[in-house]
Write a protein that binds this ligand. Structure first.
Ligand SMILES: CCCC/N=C1\SC[C@@H]2[C@H](O)[C@H](O)[C@@H](O)CN12
Length: 655
């Protein structure tokens, strides 16, 4: 692997010069990155070194765009890139590993080296990151009593097995071995987790040492309140905080754990995350640049979280729990210096100016924003109700159980599962259908004989009433909105976690259909030819699609779905992510140009609308994002709120 900092060996040197040059180059045996406690600094190859780093998550950026983003980070004056390794992204099933394509971690390390960036690696096993289950694989929950992030033997066995695959892969990339990885984080903000299990942290530290040797710098990161349970003897202690926090107080608290050595902020927040149904988060440029300058003046090493946020494609978003369940949006723009579409922002140039006061900035301009494309409006045709395709979505047929089973119990990790039962008596008047104790995880779309009746949602007190003849099909489509990635003191199982109740009758005898929606959407066969010819419902889970060519010049674009409610989008079979136009604040989905076929070829877009499509099922592609639809009021009310006091439904302001 290429070393990020050693000068590149020039090619075809006269043979007599090569030995001399080799003497000048830092070789693997003289390469080092260490803490100099006598002078409160890092040393790189024996020379004082301070990293100015930025976070970029390869798992949130298509591989073909990695080099572009890393180059822009280097040109911004950064000398290091920090990123997580999500366990669930690479081990989809126990013992099944995927390091190909946009999961090719080694290729990303090499791209960082080519961009002349050192690497701070954060392999977890838990990473938080607003990522599904904080990076832990959902299949861990197939053992329902497992205690995540503790010395639970089942959890440690899975962790050991994973790290015995991952860590040997990165060993050659450690800086002292000739690579660009200068330090590695153990766990993530462990001090914020209730367990405070030092046996677990010691196990991880021992495992990392056993597999990576004793030269690599291992560290921990915690918020200021988490240092007690998050730090560990032998691991360098670092903190995270943002522009509004009291840096003096926090660094003073850090000094109680690291009396000597460089001050490090491993996550200096340049922006913040967004939740569906909440306002878009931003951090002002003056506040962010002021904090960075103050830290650099102190001689601290800093990683800016995020420098480029990217996108939660597919079902990969995580969620928080702050009195209620708050799923993270598809966009992870994070109001970061490099926008979700990879464009330098004013915040980047302002930060670059600050960095230039402390270290050399690469000469040359930042690339301009990428070309953007507008298209449409396009009219989609209705392919059919989701129920029309049940045999194709669940070819192996349903699983029967007296009580409903969770996603994890049937080994469905993400997406959707249909729960079906039959009315054992005629319900002749509107009767409440509900799930006790808020055990809908996370959204349930209710149909009676295929007719959509409404939605039940986690942490919501929706009232839903149904009627039907004896023997009528009662279908409940469950959607997982992403597992808790932070703050969870319990495992976030998905599905109907308790049997629903109709009136006063607990409903039993269920069929579970795990749905392979992504497989069906990828099918070349036009969906509408598969459906039974019957009148379609005006609402409820329904597939729409169309094909379209790009006639003019192509470019990045932003899918806009005015009038649609909530659903999932695929472009040319790629799962672009969730949309929730009705709830916001995100109104558009970023479509990277490489996903689109160039002139002449037909592109295909497929929507699974879960509630209600607009009268005219049209979509557009805009040349700019809409991430901050102002929410006057929201539907969000917690389980304990009195329904009567709930504010009026939200209206989205236009832009
Ligand atoms: C008060 C915030 C505590 C949760 N920590 C957060 S929210 C945004 C970031 C990312 O999740 C990051 O992965 C965490 O390590 C720290 N952090």
């Amino acid at each position: 692997p290429l070393s990020a900092m050693a000068p590149k060996k020039p090619r075809c040197l006269p043979s007599l010069l090569l030995p001399l040059l080799t003497l000048l180059l830092p070789q693997a045996d003289t390469r080092s990155f260490v803490v100099d406690r006598d002078h409160d600094r890092f040393l790189l190859d024996g020379v004082p070194f301070r990293y100015v780093s930025g976070s970029l998550h390869y798992f949130r950026v298509p591989r073909v765009l990695w080099a572009d983003r890393l180059f822009k980070m280097r040109m911004s004056g950064l000398n290091t890139v920090q990123f997580y390794v999500p366990w669930n992204y690479h081990e989809p099933e126990p013992g099944v590993y995927n390091f190909h394509g946009s999961r090719d971690l080694i290729a990303f390390l090499n791209e960082a080296a080519i961009a002349n960036l050192l690497v701070i690696l954060r392999p977890g096993p838990y990473i938080c990151a607003e990522w599904e289950m904080g990076g832990l694989p959902a299949w861990l929950l197939r053992k329902p009593k497992i205690h995540l992030r503790t010395s639970d033997p089942d959890f440690l066995a899975a962790v050991d097995s994973w790290f015995k695959v991952l860590l040997p892969k990165i060993y050659p990339w450690l800086y002292h071995n000739g690579g660009n990885i200068i330090s590695i984080q153990v766990e993530n903000e462990y001090g914020s987790y209730r367990a405070c299990d030092f046996s677990y942290m010691r196990h991880l530290a021992g495992l990392f040492r056993a597999l990576l040797g004793d030269k690599i710098l291992l560290f921990t990161t915690d918020g200021p309140e988490g240092l007690k349970c998050g730090s560990l003897q032998g691991l360098y202690t670092t903190v995270d905080f943002g522009p509004a926090d009291n840096m003096t107080k926090i660094f003073a608290r850090l000094r109680k754990y690291e009396p000597h050595g460089p001050l490090v902020n491993s996550e200096y927040y340049t922006g913040w995350l967004d939740y569906w149904g909440q306002n878009h988060s931003t951090r002002s440029i003056p506040s962010v640049t002021k904090g960075l300058e103050k830290m650099l003046k102190l001689g601290a090493s800093v990683n800016m979280y995020m420098f480029h946020g990217g996108t939660n494609f597919g079902y990969w978003n995580g969620a928080d729990e702050k009195g209620r369940f708050l799923p993270i949006t598809t966009s992870y723009d994070y109001d970061a210096p490099i926008s979700e579409a990879g464009d330098p922002t004013p915040k980047l140039f302002a930060l670059r100016d600050v960095i230039s006061k402390f270290q050399e900035i690469p000469l040359g301009p930042l690339p301009p924003p990428s070309p953007k494309m507008m298209l449409g409006p396009l009219t989609l045709h209705l392919d059919g109700d989701l129920l029309d395709f049940l045999n194709f979505l669940c070819p192996q047929g349903p699983i029967h159980s007296i009580l409903p089973m969770t996603f994890e119990a049937v080994k469905q990790d993400h997406g959707f599962m249909l729960y079906r039962t039959f009315l054992s008596y005629t319900v002749s008047k509107p009767t409440r259908f509900w799930v006790p104790n808020n055990r809908v995880h996370d959204r349930a779309y209710v149909m009676v004989d295929g007719v959509f009746h409404g939605v039940l949602e986690r942490n919501m007190k929706h009232k839903l009433f149904v009627m039907g003849q004896v023997g009528a099909k009662l279908d409940v489509l469950l959607e997982s909105m992403g597992r808790l990635s932070f703050g969870s003191n319990s495992s976030d199982f998905k599905g109907l976690l308790e049997p629903p109740v109709l009136g006063q009758t607990v409903l039993t005898e269920w069929l579970m259909f795990p749905l392979k929606v992504d497989k069906l959407v990828k099918w070349w066969f036009p969906l509408q030819l598969l459906k039974k010819s019957r009148p379609q419902n005006p609402s409820g889970p329904t597939f729409y699609s169309t094909t379209f060519p790009i006639l003019g010049s192509s470019g990045d674009t932003f899918l806009y779905l005015p009038g649609w409610t909530k659903g999932q989008v695929w472009i040319n079979g790629f799962n672009l992510g969730r949309y929730w136009t009705k709830r916001g604040p995100q109104q558009t989905l970023y479509v990277p140009r490489p996903l689109l076929y160039p002139r002449g070829a037909l592109n295909k877009i497929t929507l699974l609308e879960l509630e209600n499509a607009p009268p005219q099922p049209q979509i557009q592609f805009l040349d700019r994002p809409i991430l901050n639809s102002t929410l006057h009021r929201t539907y969000i009310y917690s389980l304990t709120a009195d329904v009567q006091s709930t504010p009026e439904p939200m209206e989205l302001s236009g832009h």
